[in-house]
Design a binder for this molecule. Structure first.
Ligand SMILES: C[S@@+](CC[C@H](N)C(=O)[O-])C[C@H]1O[C@@H](n2cnc3c(N)ncnc32)[C@H](O)[C@@H]1O
Length: 220
């Protein structure tokens, strides 16, 4: 099956409200990159897939649907984490609307209590972070602003996650992360090289007020 024939989540079955990030250009670019990449999972056989900051659930539902279409069928553990209870509830509703029952949804900040248990076992990490440059005191202030407020260079939350990757990802682990130009996506790839990662820009798109890029990192 070619990448474009693979089914992803449908916006008409996706739930969000004023407290939850609405699927936007960044969300769709991340899913486009996953759809393009998913045929390689037939060989890589990921066993643990996790989305950090699942919001409406559009991305993790798409990932679960893509995994289902692999042949032979794969029994992967699929997890969605968000620190917002409203987002976790939206994720659950979106999964349910797509008849996807194999995803566990957890309310936690970053990896929370999962961090220890997941050490060295995450094969695919998906992350559309709060990446918008803002004053630092807007980061994680609560409410919907925590979905997008990224502090200095939009890097405050991103820079808490990157140092966790060497411990968190499995030997075949990979990360797909949304960035904008201000986050310095090529610089992120260069910064992770001394920690044993290779990287590329998997997709780019000019959106209304930002240039989006998907950073794809994997162990070299
Ligand atoms: C840009 S939104 C992306 C939502 C969804 N993944 C998408 O692509 O449409 C960022 C999400 O990360 C969540 N988030 C922000 N900081 C977080 C943290 N420290 N731990 C867990 N989730 C966080 C927000 O609640 C929000 O749902």
């Amino acid at each position: 099956m070619s990448a474009t024939e693979l089914r992803v989540a449908e916006i008409k079955h996706t739930h969000w409200n004023s407290e939850v990030y609405e699927p936007s250009d960044d969300t769709f670019l991340l899913v486009d990159a996953l759809q393009e990449h998913a045929p390689t999972w037939a060989k890589r056989r990921p066993r643990c897939v996790l989305e950090l900051g699942s919001g409406s659930g559009y991305v993790i539902t798409s990932a679960a649907l893509l995994l289902r279409q692999l042949r032979p069928r794969l029994a992967a553990q699929v997890l969605a984490v968000d620190h917002s209870p409203a987002a976790a509830e939206a994720t659950r509703r979106t999964l349910q609307a797509h008849q996807v029952s194999e995803v566990d949804v957890v309310v936690a900040s970053l990896f929370g209590p999962l961090a220890e248990r997941l050490k060295g076992s995450v094969d695919v990490l998906l992350f559309n972070p709060p990446y918008v440059p803002t004053p630092d005191d807007e980061v994680e202030r609560g409410g919907i602003a925590s979905a997008w407020a990224g502090g200095h260079r939009g890097r405050r939350v991103i820079d808490r996650v990157l140092p966790l990757l060497p411990e968190l990802l499995s030997p075949k682990g990979e990360l797909f992360m949304v960035t904008v130009t201000e986050n310095d996506p090529k610089g992120i790839i260069a910064e992770m090289q001394p920690h044993g990662f290779q990287g590329r820009i998997a997709a780019s798109r000019q959106a209304d007020e930002e240039t989006l890029s998907i950073v794809h990192l994997w162990r070299g």
